[in-house]
Design a protein around this ligand. Structure first.
Ligand code: HEC
Ligand code: HEC
Ligand code: HEC
Ligand code: HEC
Ligand code: HEC
Ligand code: HEC
Ligand code: HEC
Ligand code: HEC
Ligand code: HEC
Ligand code: HEC
Length: 312
């Protein structure tokens, strides 16, 4: 038993002697084939120099939970994300310090795949199931374009900051949410991820539901039915009449009634046509105010035995 320990000690000393600089011994671990790998003392090694925010903010996040065997700090600590970086630990006189193996700044020498790949070693499946092939992945968006790691308040997962995180790239949706009628996104009641999975989904536009309508029913169950009398376009797709981020018409409508309705209900002899062409220049008093909905108030469908015209 004792001889094993002695042998191990000799091996260790031999290992140290094999290193170019004795000072590195405390920082580097030697891999199976003698190659330098991860810092021997993990985060402690890196924190010697990186002892200030933002680097140290990491210590207050889920990623630094040593007790969680899946977390970076239970594995290679900082190097779980920044890669094995022995070259970075060694300052060669007269030369700039080599970068860690993986850095995440905008002008990073690492490819998008390398950067996202570090995160994907731990984050796959679940909400990230459809990441590969998603609009974001195929347009070279990185995890770090949305997520902040050295911060205690991730701008992506924080409901308060999420819209602005998305607006960095989605100026059109930002403008829409500023319109008079809008989902209460700016008011903090609904967030982008109530309707979208930014990591991709099998549905068009990365929607959460199986269809547009399924996405809306989650919160607007009253429009789901089944109704005794269904209004065909409502069953088909809510966005035929509504634009989800914001519009200039009330109730997120794409167009004002009667024009909205007349896109489909313009038959000659039909009363909607008459209401608009009875000499008042479309100003018949019966279509003032709520317009067609003055009478057809159950526009999403009706359960009343005498409701085929959606009037009750
Ligand atoms: C001996 C001091 C020292 C140690 C130990 C050290 N670093 Fe650094 N690190 C620096 C310096 C100095 C810079 C700034 C380099 C520059 O800007 O050119 C830096 C920069 C960085 C950057 C920013 C790179 C960029 O420009 O985007 C990262 C990330 C980093 N270090 C990670 C680590 C990790 C991970 C470890 C532990 C494996 C570590 N550092 C250990 C001194 C150190
Ligand atoms: C979970 C992955 C992850 C871990 C673990 C991690 N980092 Fe980072 N690090 C990043 C990302 C991503 C960035 C890019 C900036 C950001 O998102 O906050 C970054 C940026 C940095 C920077 C540059 C910061 C700047 O803005 O100048 C330094 C320095 C750094 N990390 C050091 C460390 C040190 C030291 C540790 C260990 C204590 C560590 N990192 C652990 C992912 C990680
Ligand atoms: C070594 C594994 C590992 C790596 C590498 C890693 N993570 Fe994590 N991450 C975790 C664990 C474990 C958690 C905590 C999960 C939990 O509590 O369910 C976590 C949590 C998160 C969360 C949720 C935090 C919260 O507030 O709930 C985000 C976002 C995240 N990671 C993003 C990233 C990104 C982006 C990268 C790459 C820069 C990355 N992670 C790299 C293991 C890792
Ligand atoms: C377009 C912005 C965006 C990108 C890109 C992005 N995320 Fe996210 N991520 C979010 C938002 C928003 C949330 C919070 C809402 C949610 O959970 O869907 C989130 C949540 C998470 C969570 C926590 C999920 C949970 O179960 O609570 C993890 C982990 C995560 N992201 C990892 C990643 C990784 C890894 C990548 C890169 C492969 C990535 N994200 C790319 C926006 C993004
Ligand atoms: C109430 C649900 C809902 C919310 C909340 C929501 N969206 Fe959407 N979004 C949709 C629907 C439905 C579509 C597809 C139909 C459409 O484009 O009108 C869509 C489409 C998009 C598109 C694609 C547009 C195009 O023309 O291809 C982008 C980008 C987008 N949303 C970004 C966002 C952002 C950013 C947020 C948060 C600020 C957000 N969405 C919040 C429901 C929503
Ligand atoms: C770094 C830039 C960037 C950020 C940040 C970003 N996106 Fe995107 N997003 C894109 C690009 C690029 C596309 C694909 C091209 C396009 O449609 O503009 C896209 C497309 C989309 C689409 C349309 C998908 C489709 O199938 O047509 C939706 C929805 C979307 N993003 C939602 C979000 C949400 C929600 C957030 C915030 C959590 C977000 N994006 C943050 C760059 C970004
Ligand atoms: C996460 C919940 C949620 C989802 C999902 C959702 N909404 Fe909403 N919606 C709201 C909230 C909250 C309001 C604000 C009015 C209120 O307090 O009832 C609202 C309001 C509306 C309004 C009325 C606006 C007004 O000014 O009267 C319309 C129309 C609407 N939503 C359509 C949709 C459509 C279409 C979808 C699917 C693309 C959808 N909603 C998905 C929560 C949601
Ligand atoms: C044929 C056009 C049309 C379609 C399709 C449609 N709506 Fe509407 N919706 C309207 C009109 C018109 C109003 C305004 C009603 C009023 O002023 O009385 C409205 C109002 C709303 C409101 C505000 C509250 C209310 O009932 O007055 C919500 C929420 C709503 N719609 C959700 C949805 C959802 C969810 C879908 C998809 C399942 C949908 N709508 C499909 C025309 C439509
Ligand atoms: C995208 C096309 C479309 C739009 C827009 C639309 N409808 Fe319809 N509507 C239909 C279809 C299709 C039917 C069922 C066909 C039928 O029975 O004639 C229907 C049926 C009706 C009926 C019952 C007719 C009957 O014969 O029983 C009324 C009333 C009605 N719609 C009113 C409206 C009003 C009011 C609006 C505007 C808020 C509107 N519709 C918008 C397509 C549309
Ligand atoms: C003053 C009340 C009133 C207003 C306003 C009104 N309707 Fe009607 N609508 C009715 C009545 C009553 C019927 C049933 C007539 C019948 O059974 O012959 C009807 C039937 C319909 C029908 C089915 C039969 C047909 O004539 O096509 C459609 C479609 C319709 N309305 C659409 C509209 C549209 C679109 C508007 C707005 C331009 C509108 N209505 C405004 C009362 C109204």
């Amino acid at each position: 038993m004792r001889s094993v320990i002695v042998l191990a000690a000799i091996a260790m000393v031999a290992g140290w002697l094999g290193l170019s600089s004795p000072a590195l011994a405390q920082w580097e671990e030697t891999g199976a084939n003698g190659e330098k790998t991860y810092a021997l003392k993990g985060a402690e090694t890196c924190l010697k120099c990186h002892d200030k925010a933002p680097a140290t903010n990491m210590l207050h996040t889920a990623h630094a939970a040593k007790g969680d065997s899946r977390s970076p700090f239970a594995q290679h600590a900082c190097e779980s994300c920044h890669g094995a970086s022995p070259e970075h630990l060694r300052k060669v006189e007269g030369q700039p310090r080599a970068l860690p193996a993986v850095v995440y700044r905008k002008d990073s020498p690492n490819t998008v795949e390398e950067r996202n790949g570090m995160c994907a070693t731990c984050h796959q499946g679940g909400k990230l199931m459809n990441w590969s092939g998603s609009q974001h992945q195929s347009n070279d968006v990185t995890c770090v374009d949305c997520h902040g790691l050295h911060t205690t308040k991730d701008p992506a997962t924080s409901r308060q900051d999420m819209p602005n995180t998305c607006f960095k790239c989605h100026a059109e949706q930002r403008a829409q949410t500023l319109r008079p009628s809008h989902h209460p996104i700016r008011e903090g009641q609904t967030v982008c991820s109530d309707c979208h999975n930014p990591h991709g989904s099998p549905t068009q536009k990365m929607l959460l539901g199986r269809t547009v309508n399924d996405t809306c029913y989650k919160c607007h169950a009253e429009t789901r039915g089944p109704f005794l009398w269904e209004h065909a376009p409502v069953r088909e797709d809510c966005t035929i009449c509504h634009s989800p981020h914001g519009t200039v018409q009330p109730a997120l409508l794409k167009q004002r009634a009667p024009f909205l309705c007349q896109e489909c209900h313009m038959m000659v002899g039909g009363h909607s046509n008459q209401l608009l062409s009875n000499g008042n220049g479309g100003n018949d008093q019966r279509i003032r105010g709520k317009s067609c909905m003055n009478c057809h108030s159950q526009i999403h469908g009706s359960n009343h035995p005498s409701g085929p015209r959606f009037m009750r």
